[in-house]
Design a protein around this ligand. Structure first.
Ligand code: ZN
Ligand code: ZN
Length: 405
């Protein structure tokens, strides 16, 4: 038996004019899964806990985020393709623009000109015996990794997350000498980077063209590379991930999953999700467990765009679930469809509302015939916690271990 877990990021919602986007959307294929499967609702991290996408995915994969999660940075670094070592400190970073000491644009005008060149100039820096690894990601984004002895994540961020202010100096958040040392190293890096970027020909070119300079690196989202048991060690199965979102790819990489990249996919509402479905279907030939992540639903939710979210759900139904129902060996595959959290349109941010869940396979069915938050709440799975999902999926796939004699 194979397993396919499909997560539509931020899919769960509340009511807009009496309906959730899932209720308003035409989703015949999802409804088929609901009719032939078993439904429920799920608190991905815990009841009343408002999850981030990283903590919720850890939980969906059966890990306790309260135990293993230290911050977003390491997952972004994994997503960017950096190999981290235990004890490394990682930050998400932005190229930003500074004028007269003030931040004038946090994203360097979202202009990528010269950023590769500037990234090259930030390689091989070292302060107080701590190596700094710098890697550019998509757009204005990057990751900064500190590698050395006696580092700590209890330091404040250099990114004030607003414009018209001076950049923050990192401060230790406790009295531990490790935190003092880490804040010092981050400040030394920030100052040195500023000096290098200011002098760079790439920035002179940008300024000559009237563009914002990319003359400072702002860091946030600190996390220490955790020691997490790999997915294969934990469950004894080989797993692959299909996602276009670096944070989610990073979570999967840190669990030792194979990450399959689909060049046509971009993680937005206009992503080529059909190609992702194809990649997931193909991956099922080789892997026991395939995880397919779709981001567009969350993007539309953060924009508060009902029409875009509904349209995205209809696209997922037609371009992802439809082909999966046609092409996957349904007799030998357990399929679960859910979200990592709700992102209600009205809030434009994540909420603790439980998400809908359907599991299709060799299951006891229930009376639910439509896939949505409210109909799934009447299903046979009732209300479960995200950390229990893997156990259910593995058991249905005949891959659970007997507890007791
Ligand atoms: Zn999410
Ligand atoms: Zn989100």
């Amino acid at each position: 038996m194979k397993s396919l877990l499909i997560v539509c990021d931020g899919m769960g919602d509340r009511l807009t004019n009496g309906k959730t986007p899932l209720e308003a959307a035409k989703t015949p294929n999802m409804d088929y899964l609901a009719k032939e499967g078993i439904c429920g609702i799920m608190d991905t991290v815990g009841t009343g806990v408002r999850p981030g996408s990283d903590t919720s995915h850890l939980s969906l994969f059966g890990y306790d985020p309260f135990e293993v999660y230290t911050g977003r940075g390491p997952f972004e670094a994994h997503g960017a393709g950096l190999e981290l070592k235990k004890g490394d400190i990682a930050f998400r970073a932005n190229f930003a623009s500074l004028k007269d000491g003030m931040i004038v644009d946090r994203r360097a005008g979202r202009d990528e000109e010269g950023l590769d060149e500037l990234s090259k100039e930030l390689q091989d820096l070292e302060f107080d015996g701590v190596k700094v690894l710098f890697k550019r990601c998509k757009g204005h984004r990057a990751v900064v990794v500190l590698r050395g002895k006696d580092l700590s994540c209890a330091v404040s961020e250099t990114d004030p997350e607003e414009v018209g202010v001076v950049p923050n100096r990192s401060k230790p958040l406790d009295k531990d000498p490790k935190s003092v040392r880490t804040a010092q190293v981050l400040n030394k890096f920030t100052e040195k980077a500023r000096e290098i970027l200011d002098k760079s020909a790439a920035n002179k070119k940008r300024i000559a063209k009237g563009k914002f300079p990319a003359n400072i690196v702002l860091a946030r989202g600190c996390g220490m590379e955790p020691s997490i048991q790999s997915f294969e060690e934990r469950y004894g199965i080989k797993a692959a991930c299909v996602s276009a979102t670096s944070l989610i790819m990073g979570v999967c990489k840190s669990l030792g999953m194979e990450v399959i990249e689909v060049p046509e996919a971009n993680g937005h509402v206009d992503s080529n999700i059909g190609k992702k479905a194809d990649a997931a279907i193909k991956a099922l030939e080789k892997y026991d467990f395939v995880f397919l992540h779709i981001k567009g639903t969350d993007e539309a939710s953060h924009d508060g765009n009902f029409a875009a979210k509904t349209a995205m759900l209809e696209r997922v139904d037609k371009e992802v679930i439809g082909p999966i129902l046609k092409k996957v060996d349904l007799k030998n595959t357990t399929i679960a469809l859910t979200a990592d959290h709700s992102t209600p349109l009205r809030l434009k941010q994540h909420s603790a509302d439980p998400v809908p869940l359907v599991i299709f396979g060799d299951v006891r069915t229930d009376d639910v015939t439509k896939y949505s938050e409210r109909t799934c709440a009447k299903g046979g799975l009732l209300r479960i916690c995200g950390r229990n999902l893997m156990g259910i999926i593995l058991d249905l796939g005949g891959k659970s271990k007997l507890f007791g004699a």
